[in-house]
Design a protein around this ligand. Structure first.
Ligand code: ATP
Length: 363
């Protein structure tokens, strides 16, 4: 993001109903100019609906949408300075790559030669100049998706909407394209609104993420906020891996809560507004914020036994069964094997936490 804080898109209390069904329930959010913004959530949460409302393909049932200060609900899609890249790139098969990109420009009134010059520049931007005379079928899936991007960027929209544009690509290509998209956004300075159900993709690319579920916004923030400081159960569970525990609050003092996990185990963490002694709440602890030791490290070390080690490439996930308590997953970097000990299944050991690793959640 640049230092510019101008608001590109302002969605105010947007509601979308299909008959009796409410797909979006009063969504409000502001997307900044030049931001890489992601709408993230599971299938059916309403992210495509919101994107289509911004593009003008869906009516807004209630609420308003402003684009750079102008209210746009009544503007037809072709009058909005917005363009969309879809999952199925839908290139014209009989046209060359250059003509595919130039076509939209000519439709918008550019002369043939201007359209071809601009299209050539766009192909350079996505590094496909050498393929400009090929037909789409002569390109790989990733290359075709880059043509679709060049085509959508060519009219220089103020906002580019991207609806799961990478989901048809294999994992390796998808990862390469994620970085390319991020660079492209930086280079062009165009505001990108990206839709995905893939949390890793969202964390990798975005300046900010709106996490959605069942037509509602659950949390909006930078990737590190969303990951490190999930507000509620849904976000903690949907983003990354976590230990979600039901705990009871045994004591509260000076903003800290002592929580009982069962089996006589206790942990201290920051208290939340609205919790009292006796409250039952949920707690989230990321597995990589836990570590194991043969001896107790400090107050709060939890005694248990290793059930299983699961090798996951860069890391090892260890399932630990606390004495009469819940199971924990502890994640140890494979490269840390030397420093942080990995214990064999059946071994008794202690689970310890980095400071601030345990977070209480609003349900
Ligand atoms: P996905 O990742 O599967 O595309 P999504 O989060 O983008 O999911 P939407 O496509 O926005 O979800 O759909 C949100 C909800 O609205 C879904 O429950 C869907 O069934 C419903 N819906 C979408 N379009 C219509 C329609 N034209 N008529 C009725 N219901 C619809």
């Amino acid at each position: 993001m640049t230092t510019s804080q101008a608001v590109a898109i302002d969605v105010r209390n947007a509601v979308k109903r299909y008959g009796d069904f409410t797909a979006l329930k009063k969504i409000s959010l502001s997307i900044k100019d030049n931001e890489f913004f992601t709408l993230l959530g599971p299938s059916g949460c309403g992210k495509t609906t919101l994107l289509r409302m911004i593009a003008g393909f869906e009516d807004v049932t209630e609420g308003e949408i402003f684009l750079y200060g102008e209210e746009i609900e009544d503007l037809p899609p072709n009058k909005r300075p917005v363009n969309t890249v879809f999952q199925n790139y839908a290139l014209f098969p009989h046209m060359t790559i250059l003509d595919n990109v130039a076509f939209g420009l000519e439709m918008r009134g550019a002369s043939k030669s201007d359209a071809r010059t601009q299209a050539g520049e766009m192909l350079e931007l996505v590094q496909l100049s050498q393929f400009s005379t090929r037909k789409p079928s002569q390109l790989s899936g990733g290359q075709q998706q880059r043509v679709a991007l060049a085509r959508a960027l060519a009219p220089q929209p103020k906002v580019l909407l991207l609806d799961e544009p990478l989901s048809a690509l294999d994992l390796k290509l998808r990862k390469a394209m994620q970085l390319e998209l991020k660079h492209l956004q930086r280079e062009t300075g165009i505001t990108f609104i990206f839709v995905t159900h893939d949390q890793e993709e969202a964390l990798t690319m975005s300046d900010r993420i709106a996490v959605m579920s069942a037509g509602e916004m659950q949390q909006l923030g930078a990737p590190t906020d969303i990951y490190e400081r999930p507000h509620n159960m849904f976000v903690a569970d949907f983003i990354g891996e976590t230990n979600l525990l039901e705990v009871s609050v045994d004591g509260i003092a000076e903003g800290r809560a002592v929580c009982h996990l069962g089996g006589g185990h206790e942990l201290t963490c920051n208290a939340l507004d609205g919790i009292n002694v006796g409250s039952k709440v949920h707690m989230s602890i990321r597995p990589e914020r836990l570590f194991m030791s043969g001896e107790p490290e400090k107050d709060g070390s939890l005694h248990g036994r290793v059930k299983e080690n699961i090798f996951v490439g860069t890391d090892i996930s260890t399932i630990v069964e606390l004495d009469d308590g819940p199971d924990f997953v502890v994640r140890t970097s494979n490269s840390d094997r030397g420093n942080k000990r990995i214990f064999e299944p059946g071994t008794e050991m202690f689970v310890n936490m980095e400071l601030g690793a345990a977070r209480l959640l609003v349900d």
